[in-house]
Design a protein around this ligand. Structure first.
Ligand code: 5AD
Ligand code: SF4
Length: 463
């Protein structure tokens, strides 16, 4: 079912009032937000930064300097959770040195059943925990902590209405993430996301367009539309292709989107790649496995054949499209021959890049109780084999770019090589080239002259 209800305007006003009251107090505190996980979390952290800046606080990247530290966590795999917990435990030492330090933890890990309560009991040095559904109440929570001197632990079970009109302090002025929907209805058997992000809720088209318009007017050059499965925007059908078309007309230079579930990708959307000039030829299409048996047990609702047919259609419409994917190795009971089917799919699909993961059991998901006779040693061997195969394909893809002239949108100065800047080609390859900070935000003509492991090297032409 489609839900497009907003958090009531009065509730949002209440949050702005809390932010204003804090600002008036002139506390002048410093905050640090540590973001783990995916683009959704990056975008959520930008909203939290927006709120905290609106309270008159300044952002710092150094946890040691901060008066408020917020951990925006991920729980998609066990190591993401371990990382968050390890980090938070380290903060206990920092709090001994600065007892007024406010430590908060939020995001997907906290949204899991019972975690908020556990954090409250086990870690008395944590002041604040909230889930993904009630994150828009951050101003109120900060007020309760700083002014009313309470510890706040609030995690809502119901997936919320959509909060509109929140502030944002974006990480970059050049490329921006724009949420078009929240949550997921797919329940892939390995995945925790539907449990922590709730059911699909789409933002109204006009809200998405308003945010995009504002970005374009503010000088943003590239927009990435975000959703767990953008193809089911407003319940599916042609709604996403329509939205894409509308956004593309706002005058944005480059448009991308993620993520697409292969089962829902429509012919209409595929044709957008041949038709919409500022839609960049790049698609992230997570396949997860090349074995029909495994795909079935993952509840993915497509076959390897159907997936490869989609890849072929995309390449017919847009021969230069850069495809990337996600793959899980060692799903419970994955046999050697099923793994080999993944290898052969990777050979056939010829991705520019693949993000590969060893299956990690997530409590509460169906696959966590599936029989699994495969050892971790064997899973590690398999993922190494897969990574080596993909690396050889990536190298070949990069080599095929040598000598080409490309339009590169310069995003940042290189942190590693002084005098170098980096940006992406339309297809999504990262290019490093000699140049200064004055190029940031510009689209320049670049000749591709070399390749690294996962990136390209280039030189500007017609300077
Ligand atoms: N174990 C390993 N990888 C997972 N992913 C999601 N859940 C799990 C899990 N339990 C991977 C999928 C997804 C990506 C974001 O994370 O490949 O596409
Ligand atoms: Fe998880 Fe599947 Fe939803 Fe992606 S589509 S978020 S893998 S349940």
């Amino acid at each position: 079912m489609i839900k497009d209800t907003h958090v009531p305007a009065e509730e949002m006003q209440r949050q702005y009032a809390y932010a204003q009251m804090l600002q008036k107090q002139g506390l002048g505190l410093k905050y640090c937000i540590v973001t783990l996980g995916c683009q959704m979390n990056v975008r959520d952290s930008e909203t939290m930064s927006g709120w905290l800046s609106g309270m008159g606080f300044t952002q710092t990247a150094a946890r040691e300097d901060a008066d408020i530290i917020l951990y925006n966590t991920c729980c998609v795999r066990e190591n993401a959770e371990n990382k968050a917990l390890g980090n938070v435990i380290w903060l206990k030492e920092l709090k001994k040195l600065k007892p007024s330090l406010v430590i908060g933890i939020c995001g997907c890990m906290v949204q899991q059943a019972g975690v908020g309560e556990e954090l409250k009991q086990r870690y008395p040095f944590i002041d604040l925990a909230f889930g993904t559904h009630n994150a828009y109440r951050l101003p109120e929570y900060i007020y309760r902590i700083l002014v009313e001197r309470q510890r706040v632990f609030e995690v809502w079970n119901t997936d919320g209405e959509i909060p509109e009109g929140m502030p944002a302090k974006r990480q970059s002025g050049i490329n921006a993430f724009v949420n078009i929907m929240y949550g997921c209805n797919n329940f892939c058997t390995y995945c925790i996301v539907p449990y922590v992000r709730g059911r699909e809720r789409s933002r109204a088209q006009e809200d998405v367009l308003d945010e995009c318009k504002e970005l374009v007017m503010g000088g943003t050059k590239e927009i990435m539309l975000l959703g767990q499965n953008v193809n089911s925007y407003m319940g599916g059908g042609s709604a996403f292709a329509e939205l894409l078309e509308q956004v593309s007309r706002l005058g944005i230079q480059r448009l991308r989107f993620m993520t697409s579930h292969p089962k829902d990708i429509s012919d209409e959307l595929i044709h957008c790649f041949g038709r919409i000039l500022n839609l960049m030829p790049q698609l992230h299409l997570p396949v997860q496995s090349g074995s029909n048996e495994v795909l079935k047990r993952m509840n993915r609702h497509y076959t390897r054949e159907k997936y490869l047919e989609t890849v072929q259609k995309l390449r017919e419409v847009c021969p230069d499209i850069g495809l990337t994917t996600d793959i899980i190795v060692g799903f419970p009971g994955e046999t050697l021959s099923q793994f080999e089917e993944t290898l052969s799919l990777v050979e056939q699909a010829q991705y520019d890049a693949a993000y590969t993961f060893i299956y990690s059991p997530r409590q509460g998901t169906p696959a966590a109780s599936y029989e699994d006779g495969v050892t971790m040693e064997e899973k590690t061997r398999r993922i190494e084999q897969l990574i080596a195969l993909q690396q050889s394909i990536t190298s070949k893809k990069l080599a095929a770019q040598l000598g080409k002239a490309e339009k590169v949108l310069i995003e940042s100065a290189s942190t590693r090589d002084e005098g170098f800047v980096g940006g992406k080609t339309p297809r999504g390859f990262m290019v490093n080239l000699p140049g200064g900070a004055e190029l940031i935000g510009k689209t320049v003509d670049v000749r591709i002259t070399g390749q690294g492991k996962n990136t390209l090297k280039g030189e500007m032409v017609n300077k």
